[in-house]
Design a protein around this ligand. Structure first.
Ligand SMILES: NC(=O)c1ccc[n+]([C@@H]2O[C@H](COP(=O)([O-])OP(=O)(O)OC[C@H]3O[C@@H](n4cnc5c(N)ncnc54)[C@H](O)[C@@H]3O)[C@@H](O)[C@H]2O)c1
Ligand SMILES: O=C(O)C[C@H](O)C(=O)O
Ligand SMILES: [Mg+2]
Length: 692
């Protein structure tokens, strides 16, 4: 029941005023009371009658809690924190705008989320998760154990080691062993965040660094795909910054709600193409988080100086939007100029506050990915990992495969390459390999383009295809080509073209069928087969399928990790053709070299150095990439190669130029000197008011 109090400011008895009063009274019905003057013919008596009709005043002060903290400090106070239930006006007042997902929920919905976990176990991996992500209950359990350790740095401290002094590890799952039971136990643990005392980032990164090959699949691909699909159920506390169309015209100010003045790396997604899982909206936040965990573990970016971001422009995923636990905006995706205005505002806001940060674009759908890259790459330290990081890792993998086959890099120009997938990743890869053919194999750009057959969802792409974008048309087969025709399916193309290399970047699952693999093995003694789509369930084939169908003759690497294969008493290893090899070192080189832009030459340098780092033993075993156990060394070498190339092009700061001039060993030392190492240092207490 509400009341509208209309203050009448004159005692005019004019007809106009009377009509106005009548209209108003009719509009609000019996809830209208007139005070503050006398109505027409009004009297003290009428006023008293009116007063008598009013219910008695009951003192009922609205409860207000006085808080002496704002921003991240408030969110980390378990007593005052309301999480996503902070209404928007209060987010503004309390300095937490952008530190929470945009959709405001209620205490009841928060309770429902916890009750669902309490009763059914949200961490339990459902059969459909295994189908869509290739993630098992055991992987989810391990993810939970590591999650319990990690706390997103919100401190503005610039200390070089973690501020935590706790050495205790998570105990929530330590005695869980079998998969389903363990997942249920993990679900129960997920009902509440681990106590702060159990959180220890130094320990988290030490574990990750010491066990990188074992744990990368848990904090990154493929488990991160499952985390994104279930982000709305798993959500407990925010990590990173959330920008949305609701924040238009506020971004430049709200970046100051992030308490770290010195950010070195930002990874941003708009959630529109998360791995091969499609549009996951704000749930895509898991990807920037996973990528930045790798920035810290693999390249030594300090964990308090990295910032995961999501730009929520809505989602076209109707099921997610309808889910009451979904934390993003309930609207279809914004497109067109309004979309670019929002992303421009984001880029300007973060680059104004943190001008030295590398900005990595991740998992944007093709419709926007290339346009955004071209829009910013000459102005800021920006790269698109899916287009450029993937391109570099694919070329590196082919050079690695040539090493396995005992051939020089020049032999790249002799390959016939079929690439399935003509999106941001596929076309970036094709373009980079063609550049390698020109640089190492001495081909003209046109001759290099003639070495490729590109397929998309409509089959082989030829010049017949109307409306081809420029980045595809260069690699579309000429219409005079009689070998394979427009729209041909993969099996036909493989049979007709007899490629030596088969790349999968379609995100559409099992496209490398037994027939396709067997055709690859028939015409080619050692076919190179890279199913690069992610996560595991979207890969074009498994290691088992490729190696067994080709009788162990193929040179294999896949986007998501795959097990070794036993065949006729011999073990065949599987490499991981994933941009994780490239982006940490590339970003480190760009950041510490202060290169201002990320050039094609820098990417080529990363692609060329990686295969040189494979040990002879690993080459003999058939591996096309170096061991992930040495990831810090690999990232340092990539950073050094990137800096050297940028220096030759005149793009580095004086300090980096001096390190380059000093020689490779000194440069490597200089690079390593910038890496965070997870160790404890002595803590000193300074009482408030005492300056350092
Ligand atoms: N291994 C890595 O490092 C790495 C890096 C980036 C992307 N990827 C993976 O590559 C995949 C594609 O990513 P993207 O950014 O290029 O996506 P995208 O949406 O931009 O492009 C997908 C392309 O695949 C084509 N396609 C879809 N279904 C097909 C089918 N049945 N047959 C043939 N072509 C088909 C589409 O027409 C499109 O050209 C994803 O699974 C992603 O996870 C892997
Ligand atoms: O995230 C990955 O594992 C690689 C790549 O960026 C992808 O989008 O699949
Ligand atoms: Mg990606």
């Amino acid at each position: 029941m509400w009341r509208l109090l209309v203050r009448s400011c004159s005692s005019s008895s004019s007809r106009q005023h009377k009509q106005q009063q009548q209209r108003l009274a009719a509009a609000v019905g019996s809830r209208c009371y007139t005070i503050g003057g006398t109505t027409e013919g009004g009297s003290q008596k009428k006023h008293e009658e009116l007063q008598a009709r009013l219910p008695p005043f009951v003192p009922k002060p609205e409860p207000v809690t006085i808080v002496h903290k704002q921003g991240m400090e408030l969110l980390h106070d378990p007593w005052y924190n309301k999480g996503t239930a902070f209404p928007h006006s209060e987010r503004e007042r309390m300095g937490v705008r952008g530190l929470l997902p945009p959709r405001t929920t209620t205490l009841q919905l928060q309770e429902d989320r916890i009750m669902a976990a309490y009763k059914h176990g949200v961490v339990l991996v459902k059969p459909e998760d295994v189908a869509t992500g290739g993630v098992t209950s055991e992987m989810a359990r391990k993810w939970k154990v590591l999650q319990d350790l990690q706390v997103r740095s919100s401190s503005s401290s610039s200390s070089s080691t973690s501020s935590s002094s706790s050495t205790s590890t998570s105990n929530s799952n330590s005695n869980s062993s079998t998969a389903p039971a363990a997942a249920t136990a993990a679900a129960a643990a997920a009902a509440a965040p681990a106590p702060a005392a159990n959180r220890n980032e130094t320990l988290f990164y030490k574990l990750l660094l010491d066990n990188f090959a074992e744990m990368a699949p848990i904090i990154y691909t493929p488990t991160v795909g499952w985390v994104c699909s279930n982000y709305h159920n798993l959500y407990r506390r925010p990590r990173g910054m959330f920008f949305s169309s609701y924040d238009k015209d506020h971004m430049a100010a709200m970046v100051y709600n992030w308490p770290q003045d010195d950010v070195h790396a930002i990874v941003v997604t708009d959630g529109s193409r998360i791995l091969g899982l499609g549009d996951l909206g704000i749930n895509g936040m898991g990807i920037p988080c996973g990528k930045l965990d790798l920035y810290s573990a693999a390249a030594g970016f300090h964990p308090s100086k990295v910032l995961p971001c999501v730009i929520d422009v809505g989602t076209n995923n109707a099921a997610l939007r309808a889910d009451p636990l979904y934390c993003g905006l309930d609207q279809p995706r914004i497109t067109g100029p309004a979309y670019y205005e929002l992303v421009d505002e984001f880029v300007n806001a973060v680059m104004a506050r943190w001008p030295n940060a590398v900005l990595q674009f991740e998992d944007f759908q093709m419709a926007h990915a290339l346009t955004l890259l071209q829009r910013y790459r000459d102005h800021h330290l920006v790269f698109n990992d899916d287009i450029q990081g993937t391109a570099a890792v694919a070329l590196a993998g082919l050079y690695g495969a040539l090493r396995v086959l005992g051939k020089p890099q020049e032999a790249l120009a002799e390959q016939r390459i079929v690439c399935v997938g003509a999106g941001s990743a596929g076309m970036g890869v094709v373009r980079q390999i063609a550049a390698g053919m020109v640089k190492r194999g001495g081909l003209t750009p046109e001759a290099a383009a003639s070495k490729f057959w590109v397929l998309d969802a409509q089959g082989l792409v030829t010049q017949y295809r109307p409306g081809l974008p420029g980045y595809v048309s260069r690699f579309a087969r000429p219409t005079s080509c009689s070998v394979a025709e427009e729209g041909d399916g993969l099996l036909d193309v493989v049979r007709k073209v007899q490629p030596t290399v088969l790349l999968g970047l379609a995100g559409a699952g099992k496209l490398f069928t037994t027939e396709v693999l067997s055709a690859m093995g028939q015409h080619c003694e050692r076919p190179i087969i890279f199913p690069m789509s992610n996560p595991t369930s979207k890969m074009e084939c498994t290691s088992q399928e490729a190696i067994s169908v080709t009788g162990g003759r193929c040179v294999f690497a896949s986007g998501s990790p795959q097990p070794s294969v036993e065949l006729d008493g011999k073990t065949y290893v599987a490499g991981q053709a994933n941009n994780l090899y490239i982006f940490p070192g590339l970003a480190l080189g760009a950041h510490i070299g202060k290169t201002k832009v990320v050039t094609d030459n820098m990417l080529m340098a990363a692609a060329e150095i990686l295969p040189q780092l494979i040990s002879d033993k690993d080459v003999a075993a058939g591996l096309v990439y170096p061991s992930l156990e040495d990831i810090r060394l690999l990232s340092a070498e990539i950073a050094a190669a990137v800096i050297k190339t940028a220096a030759a092009d005149g793009h580095v700061c004086d300090e980096a130029a001096a390190a380059v001039a000093a020689g490779h060993v000194q440069l490597l030392d200089w690079v390593r000197g910038h890496m965070f190492t997870p160790t404890y240092s002595s803590l000193a207490y300074l009482p408030p008011g005492i300056k350092e």
